[in-house]
Design a protein around this ligand. Structure first.
Ligand code: FES
Length: 69
């Protein structure tokens, strides 16, 4: 079993659980709260706090629920 788990939330973010580091396009690390069990990464593009989800997907009509099989 992998140490990191990424789950696709229906019509919402990627939920990333486990020990990760997150970097921007210039290689600078985002500060992550080590006490939080997971982070949510925006998938809809409407968050005001990208790359993190801020809940905007709930009101922008984002519709995406990919399935693995
Ligand atoms: S997925 Fe939540 S704000 Fe984009």
């Amino acid at each position: 079993m992998a140490d990191v788990r990424i789950r696709v939330r229906p019509n919402g973010p990627f939920l990333v659980e486990g020990p990760i580091e997150l970097f921007d396009s210039e290689g600078n690390a985002f500060e992550l709260n080590p006490d939080k069990p997971a982070i949510a990464l925006c998938r809809c593009g409407e968050s005001k706090n990208r790359p993190f989800c801020d809940g905007a997907h709930k009101s922008c009509g984002f519709d995406s629920d990919e399935r693995a099989s």
